[in-house]
Design a binder for this molecule. Sequence first.
Ligand code: GLY
Length: 357
Amino acid sequence: MVPSVHRRDFFKNGLAGLSASVLLGAAPMQPPGDRRPVVISSANGLRTVEKAMELIKAGADPLDAAIAGVAIVEEDPTDHTVGLGGIPNEEGIVELDAAVMHGPSHGGGAVASIRNILHPAAVARLVMKRTDHCLLVGDGAYRFAKMHGFPDTELLTDVARKIWLYWKETNSKLDDRIPPPPEELDPEVRKFFGESYVREHGTIHCSALDTHGNLGCTTTTSGLYYKMPGRVGDSPILGAGLWLDNELGSAGSTGRGEANLLNLSSHTIVEGLRGGKSPQDACLEACKRVFERNKVKRLQDAKGRPDFNVKFYCVTKDGKFGGASLWAGAEMVVHDGDSARLVPIASLFNEQPPEGA
Ligand code: GLY
């Protein structure tokens, strides 16, 4: 199933922790170059950038490194915004979206609303490499993954099921459900909801610059909590949830996907680099467009500002990085070849995000 030369190369470099399906479609290792590598991700990607950097230093393709990095979060049942343990749709079924872009070939691939597959980003790489298409959805994406040897995985964990059930019991007007009394509520569910009901958009984005100056990126998510079945956000849409140009840089986003779909935000950021902006200013420009084009009153606060959040992350071909979000207090993760760290990102507004954003 997995080409043995790839397995040997990856294992030889002491990276045997990767599961076989994460390697499906990975390129052979190349001798590392002499340029300084940089890997960035959303704030949930500390282990992601560490793994990706380890692979890049060993000679992995930058996209393969990014996919292996996000696979750690796809496998993590405690991150309820990605892969295993992701919060399901309104019917209690986990549906995942993911996309990849590869700088040297300017290739891209994506899957949307895929069920029962643990590593959608790796499937997206195969869509890029083994089809003449960019996006497969739903059952077609699932069957394509199975054809290539991805195993079935139940993505709904017990905790995520209880969270979904509690949401249903407390929010559904359609049926006569009764939530448990507070003293009987599972502590994990109580922790998740905290004091208030939050309709979240999580996700992980990772962009990688390798030692040859080549870029790769991926965004992978379980999407909006309790979404309508079939709802697809920005993550698997090239230009919206991620974009790169191997001559300029790579960008990606987390947050309200609909806002990025309406603004092709990641493409906007990379084009901002072309226009001479710094990564941070290019990300702020994307924030500004989301704000200025958000005409829908029900998505505005009392001052007409978005009542949601989006966050952007960008790394340039020459290793500069930056990010921005609509609301203050957000961070990104950066690995500059020496160490991984969380860094604050700029914001369009000075205030903390409104509740629920
Ligand atoms: N940005 C992730 C989503 O909206 O699905």
